[in-house]
Design a protein around this ligand. Structure first.
Ligand code: ATP
Ligand code: MG
Length: 498
């Protein structure tokens, strides 16, 4: 026994000595060549095949969906058998997820064939421009199996793992509301491209006040889209759909986005364009969004200078002089401003880049649809244009049911007439309907609404009258000026003749 220990001891010492000499005396470039041949030789001699699945793909640009699917699969099926588990990677999940810790190994059996999964991590050191050392971890799984099962594992087992893993991910995931970070925070050791919070908005299509027929049409459109994977593939279109929500403030555009997210069980990416520096940043941000999600750009007319109809030549000439004066000031401001352009945005929506992940809805909202460039909202880009309008009777009935739990009242007829004649947003109607104390019942709230709508109607009438009056005054003034000009001209001509 002692002899065996001594022999082992000698062997280990010799190996360490040889390794130290090898590292010290063989130059680095020769060592890397030798290592390549060593691994090749190992490959020829080994009976085992290894497949690596990395956490990030595309030069680290994008998180791999396959990696997440494998992690989910292993968490549910085999990770519990591992010696060391990690419980801290449940960020996107409703419940606690136990996954294999780094450098752990588990076995899986499929159709009687044994395979092994290893979870690995490689630490990379980088140096920033300021000389600071940063290290970050790159994780990957390695699947190992006997080479005689190569066909079955590659064709069947991996597909099975990915499909199962993705389904588990969808079942477990907690929906998120994402918002984009400024590019100074994009490093892996900082917040990354997107920050997120759990998405728990209570809005649904049932609580959304709008014309029931329109609502039904939108729901059908969404269902058709979410089930359309094969159809989109067949017609050769990226599996995405654009919605343009437009209408006055408080008509439910943002509420509609939440209702769509809840209806389809999608995540929401709230894209703040003003913090995106340029087109390339925009592409990188969109690449980092996952499928089954809604990308939202709210108030697109305010976000950037993407709007405004294209100018005519005449308008451009007239503005030339003014532009020159402003040029210097604008230039300074421009340097600070986002440089995302209309074409950059269009490219990201439906250029080649858009097809990088599936099942995505893109929603733009605006209060002023006429201000938008037609190129931005043409069909194919924004496939469905939805107008969110002022509260009419049908929408009121939904609000009354939600806020007061009533479906009829003696004043309903009166309200129907008033709402047809007055433009009041659902937000204002909802606020008026909401009981302000325990003593206020439905009757009080309905009467308050009638009073408020009547007041609004009166206000609108006065406003219209004032506008009409000021318009008439302006017209009168214009006519007077014109007459004066004509008189002056005539006098001048008469004087010349004399
Ligand atoms: N159609 C609606 N159905 C139900 N509630 C509504 C509707 N429209 C507005 N509301 C209520 O009014 C509030 C404001 O609505 P919301 O933020 O969706 O309006 P918006 O159209 O996005 O306005 P803005 O143009 O100012 O962004 C919501 O919180 C909601 O309670
Ligand atoms: Mg809004």
């Amino acid at each position: 026994m002692l002899e065996t220990v001594a022999i082992w001891g000698k062997m280990v010492t010799s190996i360490m000595l040889i390794w130290a000499m090898y590292s010290q005396y063989i130059p680095r470039h020769i060592r890397s060549h030798l290592e390549i041949y060593f691994y090749k030789l190992l490959g020829w001699l080994s009976f085992y095949v290894h497949i690596k699945f990395t956490e990030h793909i595309d030069e680290g640009l994008k998180r791999s969906e396959n990696y997440d699917a494998i992690r989910n699969y292993l968490s549910t099926n085999t990770a519990a058998r591992a010696q060391r588990l990690k419980a801290n990677e449940s960020k996107n999940s409703k419940s606690l997820v136990l996954s294999m810790d780094d450098h752990e190994e588990v076995e899986d059996v499929f159709n009687g064939v044994k395979v092994k999964w290893y979870s690995n991590v490689k630490v990379t050191q980088t140096q920033s421009n300021y000389g600071r050392n940063n290290s970050y971890e790159r994780r990957f799984f390695t699947l190992t199996f006997h080479r005689r099962h190569r066909g079955m594992i590659i064709d069947t087992y991996i597909t099975h793992v990915l499909r199962e893993g993705k389904a588990i991910g969808v079942r477990n995931r907690e929906r998120k509301l994402y918002t984009n970070n400024s590019s100074s925070e994009w490093y892996p050791w900082m917040s990354g491209k997107w920050s997120n919070v759990p998405f728990h908005h209570p809005a649904t299509f049932e609580t959304l006040a709008m014309d029931p027929e329109k609502k039904e049409r939108i729901k059908k459109d969404l269902v058709k889209f979410s089930k359309g994977k094969d159809y989109y593939k067949k017609v050769g279109k990226a599996w995405k759909r654009g919605y343009l929500l437009f209408g006055p403030p408080g008509t439910g555009k943002s509420t509609m986005i939440s209702a769509i997210a809840n209806f389809l069980d999608y995540d929401v990416y709230d894209l703040e364009l003003t913090t995106v520096k340029d087109n390339s940043e925009l592409k990188k941000l969109l690449l980092e969004t996952q499928g089954k999600s809604i990308v939202v750009i709210e108030d697109i007319d305010c976000s950037l200078d993407l709007t405004g109809q294209r100018k005519t030549k005449k308008e451009e000439d007239g503005e030339e002089e003014k532009d020159k004066k402003k040029e210097k000031k604008d230039k300074e401001e421009d340097e600070k401003k986002s440089k995302v352009t209309l074409s950059g945005l269009l490219n990201s929506i439906d250029g080649l880049w858009s097809a990088c992940s599936d099942e995505k809805i893109i929603i733009f909202t605006t209060n002023f649809v006429d201000k938008l460039d037609p190129a931005l909202i043409r069909r194919g880009r924004m496939d469905n244009h939805i107008e969110m309008s002022y509260c009419r009777f049908e929408a009121f009935k939904v609000l009354a049911k939600n806020y007061l739990e009533i479906e009829s009242h003696e004043l309903y007829g009166e309200i129907e007439r008033l709402l047809e004649e007055t433009d009041m947003s659902p937000a204002d109607v909802a606020e008026t309907l909401m009981p302000k104390s325990d003593e206020e019942d439905a009757d009080v709230c309905i009467k308050r609404l009638v009073k408020t709508v009547e007041e609004e109607k009166e206000k609108a009438k006065k406003l219209a009258e004032e506008e009409e009056k000021s318009k008439a005054e302006k017209e009168e003034k214009r006519k007077k000026n014109k007459e004066e000009e004509a008189d002056n001209k005539k006098t001048e001509e008469d004087e010349k003749k004399v």
